[in-house]
Design a protein around this ligand. Structure first.
Ligand SMILES: Nc1ncnc2c1ncn2[C@@H]1O[C@H](COP(=O)(O)OP(=O)(O)OP(=O)(O)O)[C@@H](O)[C@H]1O
Length: 452
């Protein structure tokens, strides 16, 4: 990255970060980061900026990987109850994660501020349904969180949950061959017994246990298993030895649900995806909407267990600002293009095939990702293509050159991109197929239509 004056002061005295954000007050501190309130200079939107110190990250084993995991996971996830990552910026010494602002603090402090430290059942359900919705969405995409706890659940200004801290998240492509995880992680009081016992485990099933602990905490105002001695805590968790939930205020279906989630046997434990059809979720919501909730915000009815489609903002947020490859390592190459199309996926694939045939390469399908082995460009092996739905009638198509050495280094000095002939491909695809065409450096090469 070019040497840029990172921060300057504006006329109101606020620090300006990289000419894009005005930094406001400190919102909180983590072990490795400080988080500031910020405002975008372009549109005035509020955000939270997490500032990480690169030398500290580099000197702390596993931390760079953790940040990469956090960014990779958050980048893949678009859900109303998952904290949105807008952009990643970096200088020589710092990494800045520009995130959605959650002004309501975290769930732990919200509960701690209540006299009883717990929520009435209707309010607990409203909180829990949002948590379950977010995690079901993650699990459906092969991402397990692995550190689900109330401290990692933030609350926005309207009282809606925002699951955060994906630093320990397991991504589908980081699993071993058996599909299971082998790294013990998480926070002991919220970790499943199989995780504490350092056995191979399924991350999504372990998340379901943590959800059970959170549900217990919401309803009881205390932890189900709490012991400084982890072996003892694990023993109790394995026997489901937790103090009974308050008898009068917690319904039988809620108790049964807690027991189904705090099932020490991962094979029979209720999955997060199954929660949506659990009777406790299906209860009439009319009473809840009359009562309102302690955390305020949306009603359950507005929350679906569904993946929201990408919108234009999401596409912008998939900008190279979210590509961390150059943050800790020398940036290797810039070999991606994206385009937006209203054509169907079948037509798009067919058109790419036709274009390829003219340009001298051919197409083979592989596990949902089309790979286009390329001919005529020395050193290039393949192009991968991924399509995501922007709206029911609009797709984002991402093309990436893989393998070989002919993709260019991003400086534009080796002719790699030119060697592939992106312009020819763009021309072959035609204006009826390509609404807008983007380089991986964020350039909008050519535009047709209203997006971006
Ligand atoms: N998006 C956000 N909006 C508002 N406040 C935030 C946001 N993200 C983090 N914070 C605040 O900043 C604090 C530090 O966040 P950070 O993610 O660095 O650390 P942590 O997860 O709490 O700690 P650790 O990294 O040590 O586990 C949080 O406790 C929270 O109070």
């Amino acid at each position: 990255m070019a040497a840029t004056k990172t921060k300057a002061a504006n006329k109101n005295g606020g620090e300006i970060l990289l000419g894009k954000y005005e930094l406001g007050p400190l919102l909180g501190r983590g072990t490795f980061a400080k988080v500031y309130h910020a405002r975008s200079l372009a549109g005035g939107e509020h955000a939270a900026i997490k500032v990480l110190d690169k030398p500290t990250l580099a000197a702390t084993p596993g931390m760079a990987t953790r940040v990469l995991h956090e960014v990779t996971a958050m980048r893949r996830l678009r859900h109303p109850n998952i904290l949105r990552l807008h952009e990643v910026l970096a200088t020589r010494s710092k990494v800045y994660l520009v995130m959605e602002l959650a002004t309501g603090g975290d769930l732990m402090s919200r509960l701690a501020a209540l006299p009883s430290r717990r929520l009435p059942e209707h309010a607990a359900r409203r909180v829990f349904v949002q948590l379950a919705s977010a995690l079901a969405y993650c699990h459906a995409r092969g991402v397990s969180h692995r550190d689900v706890k109330p401290q990692n659940v933030l609350v926005d200004g309207e009282g809606n949950l925002k699951v955060s801290d994906f630093g320990l998240a397991a991504l589908p492509d980081t699993r071993r061959d058996d599909g299971r995880l082998h790294t013990a992680c998480g926070t002991p009081a919220f970790a499943a017994p199989e995780v504490l016992r350092r056995k191979a485990y399924d991350g999504a099933v372990a998340d379901a246990w943590s959800c059970g602990v959170i549900l217990y905490v919401l309803l009881a105002g205390r932890l189900p298993f709490d012991d400084a001695n982890i072996a003892e805590m694990c023993r109790r968790a394995s026997r489901r030895e937790y103090a009974p939930l308050p008898p009068r205020s917690v319904s039988q279906p809620a108790r049964r649900l807690v027991a189904r989630l705090l099932d020490p046997n991962p094979a029979t434990r209720l999955a997060v995806a199954e929660l949506a059809s659990h009777p406790w979720f299906k209860r009439s919501l009319s009473l809840d909407s009359q009562l309102g909730g302690l955390l305020g915000g949306e009603t359950e009815r507005e929350l679906a267990f569904q993946a929201p489609a990408l919108n234009a903002f999401d596409i912008i947020s998939m900008s190279p600002g979210l590509d961390l490859s150059g943050l800790f390592f020398v940036k290797r190459c810039c070999r991606e293009k994206r385009f937006v199309t209203t054509a169907s996926p079948e037509k798009t694939v067919a058109r790419l095939g036709e274009a390829g045939a003219k340009l001298g390469y051919f197409m083979v399908g592989k596990k949902g990702i089309e790979r286009l082995p390329l001919g005529g460009v020395s050193g290039l092996v393949a192009m991968s293509m991924e399509m995501s739905e922007v709206s029911p009638s609009m797709m984002l198509v991402e093309l990436k050159l893989e393998g070989g050495g002919g993709g260019g280094d991003g400086d534009g000095d080796d002719g790699g991109e030119a060697a592939f002939g992106w312009d020819e491909l763009r021309a072959e695809l035609g204006d009826d197929m390509v609404m807008s065409w983007h380089s991986c450096d964020g350039r909008k090469d050519r535009e047709k239509g209203i997006l971006l």
